[in-house]
Design a protein around this ligand. Structure first.
Ligand SMILES: CCCCCCC/C=C/C(=O)SCCNC(=O)CCNC(=O)[C@H](O)C(C)(C)COP(=O)(O)OP(=O)(O)OC[C@H]1O[C@@H](n2cnc3c(N)ncnc32)[C@H](O)[C@@H]1OP(=O)(O)O
Length: 286
């Protein structure tokens, strides 16, 4: 029963790509904002975000990420490592320009694809790890927490600072944070809008390891993926999805409601004013 419902849920978000032969993983259908490299020896795929300057999650980047995750999964790679081609920023989170004075139809599309991306990462059947080689604020952090393991380079920040610009997070996003950190830490950090330094993130358990370089981070992620070698892949996938079922169900049971609530909130003067000040702050820091 539970297994059927998990598989059913997955079908809703994975309608594509699995019929293709994909050992050489080209990004033909997408905008080329991601690259996939598969290590021939280990069979592990490294998925890099490549949208200068700071990998903001635009519609196109989110589309490409979902497409790439599907390709990697369908190609039966042994694992997926999410990282960035930028050596200072993993991802700056959602594209704030899409949220400021938005076109309503485009905003709906934007929020829906953000939900899709979270589901694709959260339900990815193969082992996933994030090599966080730069800053990872807000949705950058949420992508990392949707992975099963996180290795981060020193002197960067990670966290959800949404309250600083009046963002009210949905429950499914909070659950994502809470699947990695204790509830009391999540509550405090979310309310403070806290961005953790690499060292603080390690101390609270938001990340699993620190690495000295991107190369080391990728190797540490690969070593983590290797720890599943003795597990039967199908049993592992179903077990992972069972563990994540309640978080995912929170979103799947009322995606349309979440969309409505977020769109309504984004349109409020409270949010628009907070965002305007935040965007000004980004400009002024130059
Ligand atoms: C459990 C709850 C989960 C809640 C999730 C909530 C839903 C998610 C919401 C979001 O993700 S909203 C996005 C929030 N992100 C930010 O506020 C990050 C803002 N950016 C920065 O702090 C910095 O850019 C950086 C990431 C630390 C990098 O700093 P750096 O000095 O390297 O670059 P900058 O000069 O600041 O930026 C370059 C360029 O890019 C523009 N930009 C940066 N971030 C964004 C963004 N998120 N959206 C749109 N544009 C962004 C920045 O303004 C610069 O533009 P120009 O001035 O060069 O035109």
């Amino acid at each position: 029963m539970l297994r059927n419902s998990l598989i059913g849920s997955l079908r809703q978000i994975k309608p594509i790509l699995c019929s293709q032969s994909l050992r050489s993983l080209s990004n033909g259908a997408n905008s080329g904002l991601t690259t996939i490299e598969v290590d021939d020896k280990s069979g592990i795929a490294t998925l890099s975000m490549n949208l200068p300057p700071v990998n903001t999650l635009t519609l196109n980047l989110m589309h490409d990420l979902i497409d790439s995750i599907n390709q990697i999964e369908c190609n039966k790679s042994r694992g997926l490592i999410l990282t960035s081609s930028n050596d200072k920023v993993f991802s700056a989170g959602l594209d704030l320009k899409e949220l400021y004075k938005p076109d309503q139809e485009r905003l709906k599309e934007f929020w829906t694809i953000f939900q899709d991306l979270w589901l694709a990462l959260h339900l990815c059947g193969i082992p996933t790890a994030a090599a966080i080689n730069g800053h990872a604020p807000a949705a950058g952090c949420i992508m990392a927490t949707a992975c099963e393991y996180r290795v981060m380079l020193p002197d960067f920040v990670i966290g959800v600072h949404a309250t600083r610009f009046s963002f009210l997070v949905s429950k499914w996003m909070m659950l994502s944070y809470q699947s990695v950190l204790p509830r009391r830490i999540v509550e405090r950090a979310l309310n403070q809008g806290k961005l953790f330094s690499t060292q603080e993130a390690l101390e609270v358990g938001l990340i699993d390891e620190v690495a000295g370089s991107k190369k080391e981070a990728l190797a540490q992620c690969a070593a983590f993926i290797g720890t599943f070698d003795k597990a039967n892949p199908i049993a592992r996938t179903l077990t992972k999805r069972m563990c994540r079922d309640s978080d995912v169900t929170e979103l799947l049971r009322d995606r349309a409601g979440d969309l409505r609530a977020c769109v309504d909130y984004i349109n409020t003067p409270l949010f628009q004013e907070g965002l305007s000040a935040h965007l000004e702050g980004l400009k002024e820091k130059k």
